[in-house]
Each structure stands twice: as structure tokens, then as C-alpha cells.
Design a protein. Structure first.
Length: 176
């Protein structure tokens, strides 16, 4: 009896990769959610050369749950709104580090093009800066002082795109 329980627990902890209708990897979900999507016809099995399958049994049914499934219903390109430009989201985007010196202490927000000089409060103009760098930059443009940005500020990308990029990077490292 204990042997059977040991085998069931790891299966339910496995993750399944869900692809959109047009084969964009969207997310990893637990195997229970994958079963629901497959049984209700909202998803179908995807088989790659290295696809793993898990056998799940109930009193009347034996299911083969694949490592990858593809949604068959729903809007393939869900509308996603970029989050508002605020302190928490800018810090998250910039990895909680000053975009001028790399410090992680006493962080503030800085407008690359100061608002007094026509700069806007948008994703491509707001960066994380430590108090020291923010004071040193002041109300000046970057070309007026010897400071450079570590990364170009940009709006966050759609979560599905970020997941897809990470998924394909992981696949490349597995294959090599």
C-alpha cells in the first residue's frame, strides 16, 4: 500500500506545459488542471520527440497525460494591458538595482529626461536610481553629465512572451 502511495504523489506534482492554439508556450500548470483541460476537450495532446507521459488512473478510466498540451478553445491572443508605471513595477523591471551604478540600497525613481524638460512618466523614461545617483544627475539630461544607463528602459512584455522565451531557452540547454 505504501508503495502505491509513493508512486501517486510524484505524478500529481508534475507540471505540464500549455501551448496556445498557435503553438506559443503560455505557462506550466499542474497535472490536475491538465486532466480537466484534456477531459473537457479544451486541450489536446502535443507530442514532441522527447515528450514524457504519465499514466493517471481512476475507478473507470486510465488516462495518459502528456508533458505538453495545446489549447483548442478560447481566444489565442488574450488582451494584456501593460501594468501602470509605479514604483513597485519599475523596481521589479529593473531588478531592484540602480540603473546608473548598480547599487541596491536607498532606491528611488528617476526620469531619464526630466519632467521639467518635457520628459513623461512612461516606461521608457522612468528608471530605478539610488539616491546618490539621482542627486548627482539632478535636473539634467544624460549627455550633459558623465552618466550612462546600464539597460535601456522599456515596458514589460506580455507574460506569455516572457514564459515562451524562458521555455525555449530551457529547451536549448536540455538539447545541448
Amino acid at each position: 500500500m505504501q508503495t502505491q502511495q509513493r508512486q501517486k504523489i510524484p505524478i500529481l506534482q508534475n507540471q505540464v506545459v500549455v501551448f496556445s492554439k498557435n503553438y506559443l508556450p503560455l505557462a506550466r500548470i499542474n497535472i490536475k488542471r491538465a486532466i480537466v483541460l484534456l477531459v473537457t476537450g479544451q486541450a489536446e495532446t502535443l507530442e514532441f520527440s522527447s515528450t514524457q507521459q504519465w499514466e493517471v488512473r481512476s475507478a473507470s478510466v486510465v488516462l495518459q497525460i502528456p508533458e505538453h498540451i495545446r489549447l483548442t478553445s478560447g481566444n489565442p491572443e488574450r488582451y494584456w494591458k501593460s501594468p501602470a508605471v509605479n514604483r513597485r513595477e519599475v523596481f521589479r523591471r529593473d531588478g531592484h538595482t540602480c540603473q546608473y551604478c548598480g547599487s541596491t540600497k536607498h532606491l528611488t525613481l528617476d526620469h531619464v529626461i526630466p519632467r521639467s524638460k518635457g520628459g513623461t512618466h512612461t516606461w521608457d523614461n522612468v528608471v530605478t536610481a539610488c539616491e546618490q545617483c539621482n542627486s548627482a544627475k539632478g535636473d539634467r539630461l544624460l549627455h550633459e553629465i558623465p552618466m550612462t544607463l546600464r539597460t535601456k528602459p522599456k515596458a514589460p512584455i506580455h507574460p506569455a512572451i516572457a514564459f515562451a522565451e524562458q521555455f525555449w531557452k530551457e529547451q536549448q540547454t536540455i538539447e545541448t
